[in-house]
Design a protein around this ligand. Structure first.
Ligand SMILES: *Cc1c(COP(=O)(O)O)cnc(C)c1O
Length: 459
């Protein structure tokens, strides 16, 4: 008999969580103005809002925290982080930051000016926010196949090289501070980018004299997919693949709350000493001195250990197989999602599921609220709320896809929890014909509205 697959770790410490009743949840979600970001986490049973900073650190990481060096300048912990970044990722220069968006802020304060254009593959929401806030444009050049949720291709996160090249031809290079390649492509469904695509992107960038930035929150999951799906990489280690991926990049930004498996932290790394120096003042002004940049010494230590653990095959296999496990459950129930299963999340195709809710009433948000009501499971909308308004016309943008993202925290839940999530979603699926009304906005911010938006039931 073939042995079943099992996790590559065991549990040493537990955190209690609590179920709730349907009527409690009805009251809580109303008090939260139907915005799941506004719920108390105590009112959530299984929290799949994000895989960011929600992972479980290892005994090795916790022990690294105990020997953190909290010196203001030149801390040992800074050098531990520097060594890990050089050895695992291949960058000689970096600035710590308290999380990914802070790293973006340090970098973009230095290189973006009004009217600039940054082409890429489905920029992450904070990345797009930082670009648009500076009156520059985030141009999405993701391959067209990414918007067909039922199409199974191995590297659905790729950038369309021809479209990218057309943009680079259209604008003078002074207007393009960098190309932003996000690995994995979160917005398109945690879909990976192939090594070939990364290499070809870098060739095009070199040809036009434009630097390549890898937005790298989930670089290790991307490397796992390259190993398991791309010809020629099956016998390379994840660490070898990671090294090659970053050999093509000039800059990387990192939310370490993802693949470095820490609860808080980030950095921006550079090949160019000159750019590193140019960015330092924004680090000092907004984050902290260049050897801690908003991070405690102990957190830099945990991050260094996390980069090493996060690029180990056994860990990645455990993680990605759990996401796949949820995908297979949904397959059995006939629930449509972005295929194939992504690295960190399942993205349920809300448009295909709730066909009676008009797009003006926020289809994916409606599904997110229904799932919460059903079982206290919290996912997140990736649809019209997130897409926000057009910066010029201020009209609502209605994206092609309305997705409910169920992000799986690293090393946190068991497959029993995943079974509950899948069953709850099936119950919603079974009564989908009865869900005909969504939500209307009663209050919103002018940028990144989805975090704080207030909603009411549509009339
Ligand atoms: C999470 C994330 C960010 C932003 O990082 P934070 O740590 O949340 O500030 C940027 N890009 C990508 C691809 C991400 O996943």
């Amino acid at each position: 008999m073939e042995l079943p697959f099992a996790e590559s770790y065991r549990i040493k410490m537990v955190e209690n969580i609590r179920r709730s009743t349907h009527s409690e949840r009805e009251q809580w979600i109303k008090q939260a103005n139907y915005n799941l970001f506004m719920l108390k986490s105590d009112h959530v049973f299984i929290d799949l809002l994000t895989d960011s900073g929600t992972g479980a650190m290892s005994d090795r990481q916790w022990s690294a925290m105990m020997v953190g060096d909290e010196s203001y300048a030149g801390a040992r912990s800074y050098y531990n982080m520097k060594n890990a970044i050089r050895e695992i990722l291949g960058f000689d220069y970096f600035l710590p930051a308290h999380q990914g968006r802070a790293a973006e802020n340090v970098l973009y304060s230095t290189i973006i000016k009004e009217g600039d254009v940054l082409p890429g593959n489905s920029h992450f929401d904070t990345t797009k926010g930082h670009i648009e806030f500076r009156h520059a444009t985030a141009l999405d050049c993701t391959i067209e196949e990414a918007s067909d949720t039922q199409l199974e291709i191995p590297f659905k996160g790729n950038i369309d090289i021809a479209r990218l090249e057309a943009v680079l031809q259209q604008y003078p290079k002074e207007k393009i501070p960098c190309v932003v390649l996000t690995v994995t492509n979160n917005t398109a469904g945690g879909q990976p980018v192939s090594m070939e695509n990364i290499r070809r992107t870098s060739e095009v960038c070199r040809r036009y004299g434009v630097p390549l930035q890898l937005d790298s929150a989930r670089f290790a999951e991307n490397a796992y997919f390259i190993k398991t799906r791309e010809k020629g990489y099956e016998n390379k280690t994840v660490k070898e693949i990671v090294k090659e991926m970053f050999s093509y990049a000039d800059i990387m930004t990192m939310s370490s709350k993802k693949d470095a498996i820490v609860n808080m932290g980030g950095f921006v790394a550079f090949k160019s000493e000159k750019l590193w120096k140019a960015c330092q003042k924004f680090c000092i002004m907004n984050e902290g001195f260049i050897t801690y940049g908003g991070m405690s010494g102990r957190d830099m230590n945990a991050l260094a250990a996390g980069l090493d653990e996060g690029t180990e095959f056994d860990y990645l296999e455990t993680r990605i197989k759990q996401v796949e496990y949820l995908g297979k459950k949904l397959d059995a129930y006939g629930i449509p999602y972005q295929r194939p299963a992504g690295g960190h999340a399942i993205f349920v195709d809300a448009k295909k599921m709730l066909t009676h809710v008009p797009k003006e009433q926020f289809i994916a948000q409606t599904l997110a609220v229904e799932l919460y009501l059903e079982a206290g499971v919290r996912g997140v909308e990736v649809g019209a709320l997130l897409a926000d308004r057009d910066p010029v016309s201020r009209d609502n943008r209605y994206p092609e896809l309305e997705l409910l993202r169920l992000a799986i925290p690293r090393r946190t839940y068991t497959n029993n929890h995943i079974d509950v999530v899948a069953a709850a979603l099936k119950n919603v699926f079974d009564r989908r014909e009865t869900i005909t009304k969504g939500y209307a906005i009663t209050r919103e911010e002018p940028i990144m509205r989805h975090f704080t938006v207030e909603l009411e039931k549509a009339r």
